[in-house]
Every structure is written in C-alpha cells, then in structure tokens.
Design a protein around this ligand. Structure first.
Ligand code: DAT
Ligand code: MG
Length: 139
C-alpha cells in the first residue's frame, strides 16, 4: 500500500485562479484514485511544520506565508508507482522548466506560486497524508 499512494495539495494560487476542477480532471485522466480529499486553509504555524525540511532555505518565509494565504485542496491519491508518476504529471518545481502539458506548465504562476504539491518519496507520502487525514477520512 505505502508504495501506491502519494499526497497532493492544490495550492492557494491555483484555488484562487479557479483551477481546482481542471487540475482534478488531469489527476483523474492520469489514472489516480482519490482516497481522501478536503478543502482547508493552513495556519502559518501548520504551513511551517509541513515545510520544516526547508527551514534553512532563503525562500522559507515566503513559502510559509504563501501556503497559509488562502484555501488549499489536500488529497491522498492511489496508483501504481504513485509518487514518481505524480511528480511526472505535475512537472518541475519552476513552471518555466516544467515539461509542456504538465500541471505546473499549465497552471503555475512562478517557482514559488507553483499550483500544486506532490510528495517526493513513499516515506514522505505517508507522513504528509497523516498530517492532513485520519484513518476515518480515507476511503
Ligand atoms: P517541489 O514542490 O517541486 O517538491 P521543493 O520541495 O524543492 O519543490 O520546494 C518546496 C516548495 O518551495 C516549492 O514547491 C515552491 C517553493 N520553492 C522551491 N524553490 C523555490 C525558490 N527557488 N524560490 C521560491 N520558492 C521556492
Ligand atoms: Mg518537495
């Protein structure tokens, strides 16, 4: 099971721009099953906790403030090879470098406001999923 899930957030820029539906359609078309989903807003403290691994990076303050600036859509997704396939679907962190047709190439504004999150490992997919969802919220 662990290797078959990833965690995603549709970030505040994409929610604000009205891209939730378009992004979910891409996720469905790519063959991911939605295990859990919610719309919520991170406090600055929770955003800081989620991105604690980036604490020493120069963009950390900006990242925390952006990620707590408006609602997000959090979800757990299931598919064979979920983590890697989802990273391929979303594209590079910087939308200017993201492959054509990827979610970030289509919907991200810039490297900071980049539309969507995807876990970077099976281990982090499990940690990040549990950050947002209890067992009772998974289907
Ligand atoms: P990713 O989201 O592709 O896994 P990451 O884990 O390196 O990228 O960084 C987490 C988030 O931090 C990223 O989605 C947006 C922000 N970020 C990364 N590099 C940045 C930069 N050079 N300037 C501003 N924000 C950045
Ligand atoms: Mg990352």
């Amino acid at each position: 099971m662990a290797g078959n899930i990833t965690f995603t957030m549709i970030k505040p820029d994409a929610v604000q721009s009205g891209y939730i539906g378009a992004i979910l359609a891409k996720i469905n078309e790519a063959g991911f099953r939605i295990v859990a989903m919610k719309m919520t807003q991170l406090s600055a403290q929770k955003a800081g906790e989620f991105y604690a691994v980036h604490k020493e990076r120069p963009f950390y303050g900006e990242l925390v403030s952006f990620m707590s600036s408006g609602p997000i859509v959090a979800a757990i997704l299931e598919k064979d090879n979920a983590v890697e396939d989802f990273r391929t679907l979303i594209g590079a962190t910087d939308p200017a470098k993201a492959a054509p047709g990827t979610i970030r190439a289509l919907y991200a504004r810039n490297v900071g406001e980049n539309a969507i999150h995807g876990s970077d490992s099976d281990e982090n997919a499990v940690i990040e999923s549990s950050f947002f969802f209890s067992a009772l919220e998974r289907f």
